[in-house]
Design a protein around this ligand. Structure first.
Ligand code: DX5
Ligand code: ZN
Length: 238
């Protein structure tokens, strides 16, 4: 089980020390939400910021590109030292070449899918990716409420993984708190992105430990033992 706090919910005035704090609190990954003001109606931060915080933790940097033109950002983020880049399946015919470019840069590939998009859209790519990122809110802002209608998509991604003997991770992103993490784990998720709910707790360390415990306890039986090779959680280097 991977617990990945989102930097979006951290203190924007102290990203460097927040990065260290997140690592010390026991996180597995750091989730970096990149918003371009076009694919989503909000702007967050870019490669320069990520490059600046990179030396402050050895954590696996998981980048979520909510961007209409991710092709212009792949190289800068690779140079900034991220470990994985998630692009959105809603980009349509560009997806194949984006996956290829991310691989060429030597990075892990994730494919994100928005709540209104049918899960069938990710099926053609499942053999080519390291992670599926099932959006459980409409992307753009932290602190939104979990959309329960996305749960069957987690189950489907999990069923396909077994059926085709694949090993991609199944991530959930948006409105993940202790209760919704349990529901997602029961549906087959193994990677939990969480911003607001983790950071609003008094102790981030205790919150991460609690979420991991809940995820473990509710994990689908045999959900992770079927030819599943978890990704390394540590940073592999820029
Ligand atoms: C939503 C982002 C999420 C978000 C999660 O656009 O992709 O990663 O930061 O934050 P919470 O947990 O606050 O929904
Ligand atoms: Zn995200």
């Amino acid at each position: 089980m991977i617990i990945a706090p989102s930097l979006l919910a951290a203190d924007f005035g102290r990203f460097a020390s927040e990065t260290t704090r997140i690592e010390k609190a026991g996180a597995d990954w750091l989730h970096l939400d990149i918003m371009d003001g076009h694919f989503v109606p909000n702007i967050s931060f870019g490669p320069r910021v990520v490059k600046t915080i990179r030396p402050f933790a050895k954590l696996f940097f998981d980048t979520h590109l909510m961007c209409s033109r991710p092709e212009i950002l792949l190289e800068p983020f690779a140079e900034a030292g991220v470990d994985q880049m998630n692009i959105h399946v809603e980009l349509g015919e560009q997806v194949t070449s984006l996956i290829w470019k991310i691989r060429q840069l030597g990075k892990k590939v994730g494919l994100a899918i928005n709540p209104p998009t049918a899960i069938s859209h990710i099926q053609p790519y499942l053999g080519q990716i390291d992670s599926v990122l099932i959006m459980t809110v409409n992307p753009g802002f932290g602190g939104q409420e979990f959309i329960h209608e996305t749960l069957p998509k987690i189950q489907q991604a999990h069923a396909w993984r077994r059926e085709h003997k694949l090993s991609y991770r199944i991530g959930v992103d948006g409105g993940i708190n202790f209760a919704t993490a349990a529901e997602c784990a029961r549906a087959g998720a193994d990677t939990f992105i969480s911003g607001t709910s983790l950071f609003e707790q008094r102790s981030l360390k205790a919150a991460i430990a609690k979420m991991r415990k809940i995820a473990d306890k509710n994990a689908v039986a045999n959900g992770l033992d079927f030819n599943h090779q978890p990704l390394p959680t540590g940073h592999a280097g820029a």
